[in-house]
Design a protein around this ligand. Structure first.
Ligand code: SAH
Length: 198
């Protein structure tokens, strides 16, 4: 039995991942956009981080799949990597969908508080404070496992780690400014990304 898989298995699932992500996000974006924003903290840093995210999650993967540009960085797809990628992608689909459903129209692409913003602390938000970011990490891991290319594979892990590291504090500060002790209490009984760990 061959120890490597046809890389197109990984590429096809990466494309499926992009399509499902967009299919979950776009209708949600439409619903949230109808609720006015009352506090926006979208500075230059956020704009740069969002652009880097698109590069890691869409541009580099699509370039590596559809063009020979990054082919110098290709490596063989191992069945174990493929299996790990499928597992991470499946978990991501579930958590990405659940976190959008639970957050409702309180969701924003960037750091914003909306009119009548509610503090969500149940559903997947009952265990961790950043389930959507946890889902994006699962997606980034799936991409790294499924796309056998040293540049496009880990691209989202790199760009999202940067975004997460620079956004976490300002986002929690914004929630404390808005909800005060209610958010502090919520933070004291939940972890950030991994239930029971951190
Ligand atoms: N960090 C969260 C939400 C990502 S969307 C997660 O990973 O699941 C980003 C927006 O969600 C922020 O602009 C903020 O307004 C909003 N937000 C974050 N946590 C929230 C909460 N517990 N309840 C309501 N809105 C929240």
């Amino acid at each position: 039995m061959s120890m490597i898989l046809n890389p197109w298995f990984g590429k096809a699932l990466t494309i499926a991942g992009i399509i499902v992500t967009v299919a979950i996000r776009v209708p949600h974006d439409g619903r949230s956009a109808k609720v006015p924003v009352v506090d926006s903290r979208k500075g230059t840093l956020e704009v740069v981080l969002l652009a880097l995210m698109s590069l890691g999650i869409f541009v580099l993967p699509i370039l590596s799949i559809a063009t020979p540009f990054l082919s110098f960085a290709n490596y063989p797809l191992h069945p174990m990597m493929f299996g790990a990628g499928v597992a991470c992608l499946g978990l991501n689909f579930w958590l990405f969908y659940r976190s959008h459903a639970d957050l409702g129209t309180n969701w924003s692409m960037t750091l914003e508080v909306r009119d009548g913003h509610q503090l969500i602390s149940s559903g997947v938000y009952g265990r961790i404070r950043h389930p959507m970011y946890a889902a994006i990490y699962l997606y980034a891991l799936a991409q790294a496992f499924l796309l056998p290319n040293w540049i496009a594979g880990p691209a989202s892990l790199v760009t999202f780690t940067l975004m997460f590291a620079l956004r976490l504090r300002p986002e929690e500060k914004m929630m404390i400014d808005k909800f005060g002790s209610a958010y502090r209490d919520y933070a004291s009984r939940t972890k950030r990304l991994i239930p029971g760990v951190w």
